[in-house]
Design a binder for this molecule. Structure first.
Ligand code: ZN
Length: 591
């Protein structure tokens, strides 16, 4: 962070969150200890947006958005953390002077600069006379001149040193250009040296959310392999969290509260140039969890729109497995023919949108696919394929609804279908080999993750518990990386003698999974609990849990060991059993 910590604290001290929020939420009114109003982040008629002046936080029970005063500004004004600090500083009359930049920031800025230089160079090249062939190709594919400018498409000529010569003229270090994945160190050529990564390709710059170009996708002109060449991952570029076209689509996604996901770069541009602008694409074939997280901050609905060919369907089904549990509504639509680019270019935006609007839920989509592919297969086999889809539905009422639907689709008796389903599920549970243990493991893991997260909530909402928690627990024992990161931050702040509270944590985790975890913690602020008892209960649960795991491990060791090791293990188990007794008797005293 390049803004001095003291300045951030001064600005925080001077900004009362309830007053800052009131500027944006005129309906905000005092209700008991808190303020309540209509949420500015989602449409609602009854207020569920809450501000706690005591804790200096806000939380919406409708859309689960929350944070401190800086996150509020960051979300309202769509600024990153340092920008929100500066914005709020201006509002309350505190000037922000930046620290000298650290080496990491300087390097990142240099990498961005090289990428920007390469983008402009390729773009200029595409528009030059020498590249007439490439331009004809792009226009021939149906790209408009406006789109080529808006998405800054370019052309990398078929040469080993086109970019390199320009970088050398600009005295840019080729080693750094290689860090930016634009040139490649050569192994065979004499005297070392580098060569251009992208040659003879139409270039699609890939932007981060701030609108900086960080990577490229290069499409070969005509035939050849690979059809698309993407920059490999490096310091600034991680494929799994970037979405193509998001810099152009974000405002529209927020406006529409809906994101349309297509497969390719051309599909994104085709939609934008036909006036459908809330469209993005993942950089591989399937959507990743991080990408869904990014989108879920901007909208409540994601529509996966896929080509009529089977690769697209498989990709979408893979995506659905990730998306299923997230805090967004996911729907799936499939084009009757062609890819989105061809479809919207030939049939126009209206017809395209009618396909989007005919989207269905993921389970309905999977059921439809099974039926479409079943052809002449034995109906009973089809039924089992459908059971396999239905078993992943989380709620029983939903499962019942789908079973009913399936029986009517297959023209089968509803009760027999239900009882067959029960048998099918029981069959899955039957232990195969050692599977009883391995199947229970994730459930155990889940219990531990929940317990540590509850612990975090208590520490952050009741800071007087911090000291006790830092003594009782250590970050090393936490396996869930998100919880671990937050806990590590708590211990390091505590050891530096700094205040620990939930609002401050948002400064350290302005985005990402840690930020989402902090948001869920805010919801608990408005529940009244006896936090000391809750802490003791979590403490006992976690300790008992870990002791039981250790005992199981020793029992396993004893079972597989030779006699002379056994005694040592038995002693360990005895010690653990005594610890367990102590905890259990403590628990019984309490109740
Ligand atoms: Zn809301």
């Amino acid at each position: 962070m390049s803004i001095p910590r003291e300045t951030i604290e001064q600005i925080r001290d001077r900004s009362r969150i309830e007053e800052i929020v009131k500027n944006y939420v005129p309906t905000l009114q005092k209700r008991g200890r808190n303020y309540l109003g209509l949420c500015p982040f989602h449409k609602e008629k009854t207020p569920s947006f809450t501000v706690s002046p005591e804790k200096q936080i806000f939380y919406c029970f409708g859309c689960h958005t929350g944070g401190n005063v800086f996150s509020f500004i960051s979300k309202m004004e769509r600024l990153n953390f340092p920008e929100s600090v500066r914005f709020l500083g201006n509002l309350v009359g505190i000037q922000v002077h930046e620290d000298r930049k650290d080496e990491g920031t300087e390097k990142r800025e240099y990498l961005l600069k090289i990428n920007r230089y390469a983008m402009n160079l390729y773009h200029k090249c595409l528009k030059s006379d020498e590249s007439r062939g490439a331009m004809e190709y792009a226009l021939g594919r149906g790209l408009s001149a406006e789109s080529i400018d808006e998405f800054k498409l370019g052309f990398a000529p078929d040469a080993w040193d086109f970019l390199i010569r320009h970088l050398q003229n600009k005295k840019v270090s080729l080693a750094t250009a290689s860090d930016a994945a634009l040139v490649i160190p050569s192994k065979n050529r004499e005297g070392g040296g580098y060569y251009d990564r992208f040659r003879g390709r139409l270039m699609f710059p890939i932007f981060n959310i701030a609108g900086d170009v960080i990577a490229f996708g290069g499409r070969i002109l005509g035939s050849g392999e690979p059809k698309y060449l993407n920059s490999p991952e490096y310091e600034l570029f991680s494929k799994s969290s970037v979405l193509y076209g998001l810099h152009a689509a974000r405002e529209h996604i927020i406006d529409m509260q809906r994101a349309i996901i297509v497969e390719g770069y051309l599909d994104v541009i085709g939609c934008h140039q036909n006036g459908i602008r809330n469209v993005v694409a993942p950089l591989g074939t399937a959507l990743t969890e991080q990408q869904v997280n990014v989108l879920s901050r901007y909208c409540r609905e994601i529509i996966l729109l896929f080509d009529a060919d089977s690769a697209g369907i498989k990709a979408s089904l893979r995506s659905l497995d990730i998306v299923d549990t997230k805090n967004v509504d996911v729907r799936v639509a499939m084009l009757p023919d062609g890819d989105p680019f061809e479809y919207i270019t030939q049939k126009g935006a209206r017809e395209f949108m009618s396909v989007v609007d005919s989207s269905i839920g993921p389970v309905d989509f999977k059921i439809k696919r099974v039926l479409a592919e079943s052809g002449n297969i034995d109906p009973l086999k089809v039924l089992f394929l459908l059971f396999d889809v239905i078993k992943d539905v989380r709620y029983e009422t939903e499962r019942t609804r789908y079973l009913k639907k399936v029986s009517s689709l297959l023209n089968m008796d509803e009760h027999s279908v239900s009882s067959d389903y029960e048998k099918f599920v029981r069959g899955l549970r039957e232990p195969k080999h050692y599977s009883a243990e391995t199947e229970k493991a994730p459930e155990k893991e889940g219990f531990l993750v929940r317990s540590y997260r509850e612990l975090l909530a208590i520490i952050l909402l009741y800071p007087e518990m911090t000291e006790q928690a830092v003594i009782d627990f250590s970050a090393d024992e936490i396996t869930d990386p998100v919880t671990k990161n937050v806990f590590t931050m708590i211990t390091s702040l505590y050891s530096e003698g700094k205040a620990v509270s939930v609002d401050i944590m948002f400064d350290y985790f302005p985005t990402g999974d840690e930020n989402s975890l902090l948001e869920t913690i805010l919801a608990k602020n408005f529940e009244s609990i006896n936090y000391k008892d809750a802490y003791t209960e979590i403490y006992i649960n976690i300790k008992l849990f870990n002791i039981n795991i250790k005992i199981e491990r020793y029992v396993e060791l004893i079972r597989n060991s030779r006699d002379n090791d056994t005694r040592e293990y038995l002693t360990e188990v005895e010690v653990l059993r005594r610890d367990k007794e102590k905890l259990l008797s403590y628990m019984h005293q309490k109740h």
